[in-house]
Design a protein around this ligand. Structure first.
Ligand code: SF4
Ligand code: FES
Length: 383
């Protein structure tokens, strides 16, 4: 287990002390461009413009370096990854270097011909997002008329091509009651897996917390529905759930620990320990334009800032759960405590736990009706 830490200085890497874990997954955010406008968008508040995106050759090198580093799975994501015309070339290269490829798409604007080309390139798996289980909810949350119908068509085409399909659903106040419908939708489309992730309140979603936050009753009911379905659908549909921790006693083990299992490359080449890490202003993210992926994984200040347990405040360092939840989520600590190295306020031992709970309850009660939609409304959006 790696225990290396370098919180005090983000300026220079510390010497290596222990063998590092191997990252088995890499999220490749190929672009931030996206036709949808989800109010909980997990991309950073400052989006990378098209002219800042990595070129094809650099991405191919990054995939090769990832495979050498030990990465097994690459998640081709965005924004909307199919906005990159070189997607098929990237998939072919990933296949060549031995990576399992997973396409994470919103499905809107993906034609049957494009899906055929993606399939021919060798994609292993497709994850398709649904913002709701019905057209009204999907179209409203994504602010895209007709999105739901287009997604249904893409799902059917994915299955017709014989590709395995996972349905992604982010749940919040407007659709948390639809979990049974999401499950039915996944089954009817021939998916073998569904991800039910509660909205996480960082970045853009933080702006919409008052419109998204469910009540405690809704959250606990949703947990019961998922547990019952897991038993009932065992062997038929795998249900992966990301539970909300603001009403819980303990925080989630975010990323399964910082810098332990995965890395995230942004459209412009920055490498992050988690997709939301750019909200932590003190971190220095190295870029694949200047460093190899292995150098970044091993020595970049951002990856070493919260690795292991030495960086933890006393409360966590002396806790028996420190290698279970790894101190929770650094981005949540930043968002609520204003200090990424604080104990996650979702933990009941945190002095800010009552404050987090009060925020959640106030937001759920506020019942804000309007979303502040995510917009990539610049001249390069439609390119
Ligand atoms: Fe996790 Fe820290 Fe809370 Fe212990 S004190 S449960 S390590 S967040
Ligand atoms: Fe960044 Fe949890 S979302 S550490």
């Amino acid at each position: 287990m790696n225990e290396r830490v370098n919180v005090a200085s983000h300026a220079a890497p510390a010497p290596l002390r222990a063998p590092l874990p191997i990252p088995y997954g890499m999220l490749a955010e190929l672009t931030h461009r996206c036709p949808l406008m989800c109010p909980y968008c997990s991309n950073p508040v400052e989006l990378d413009r098209r002219n800042a995106e990595l070129d094809t050759a650099t991405w191919l090198r990054v995939f090769e370096e990832a495979a050498k580093l030990g990465v097994l799975q690459v998640h081709l994501s965005g924004g909307e990854p199919t906005a990159r015309r070189d997607l098929e070339e990237m998939i072919r290269h990933c296949v060549k270097v031995g990576l399992y490829t997973n396409l994470i798409t919103a499905g809107v604007g993906v034609t049957p011909e494009r899906l055929q080309a993606i399939s021919d390139a060798g994609i292993d798996h497709v994850q398709l997002s649904f913002q709701g289980a019905t057209p009204e909810v999907t179209d409203h949350v994504s602010n895209f008329k007709g999105a739901h119908e287009r997604k249904l068509a893409v799902a059917r085409e994915v299955r017709r091509l014989g590709l395995p399909l996972t349905i992604n659903s982010v749940v919040h106040r407007a659709n948390i009651h639809q979990i049974p419908d999401f499950l039915e939708l996944a089954l009817s489309l021939g998916a073998r897996r569904i991800e039910i992730a509660h909205a996480q309140y960082y970045g853009w979603a933080l702006r919409n917390r008052g419109a998204l936050m469910p009540t405690r009753e809704q959250v606990f009911k949703a947990l019961d529905v998922v547990e019952e379905a897991r038993v009932r659908l065992k062997g038929v549909l795998t249900i992966d759930a990301v539970v909300p921790d603001y009403y819980a006693k303990y925080p989630k083990a975010c990323m399964n620990g910082w810098g332990r299992q995965s890395l995230n490359v942004t459209p412009s080449g920055k490498v992050l320990p988690c997709h939301a890490a750019e909200m932590i202003p003190s971190l220095d993210f190295w870029n694949v334009r200047e460093h190899s992926l292995a150098e970044i994984w091993q020595a970049s200040p951002a990856f070493n800032a919260f690795r292991g347990t030495d960086w933890m405040p006393d409360l966590c360092r002396s806790c028996e759960r420190k290698e279970i939840d790894w101190g929770g989520c650094r981005c949540q600590a930043m968002a609520i405590a204003g200090d990424a190295a604080a104990t996650d306020p979702a933990c009941h031992k945190s002095p800010l736990h009552a404050h987090l709970l009060a925020l959640a309850e106030a937001d759920a009660a506020a019942d804000v009706a309007e979303y502040d939609y995510r917009r990539f409304s610049t001249p390069d959006r439609a390119q």
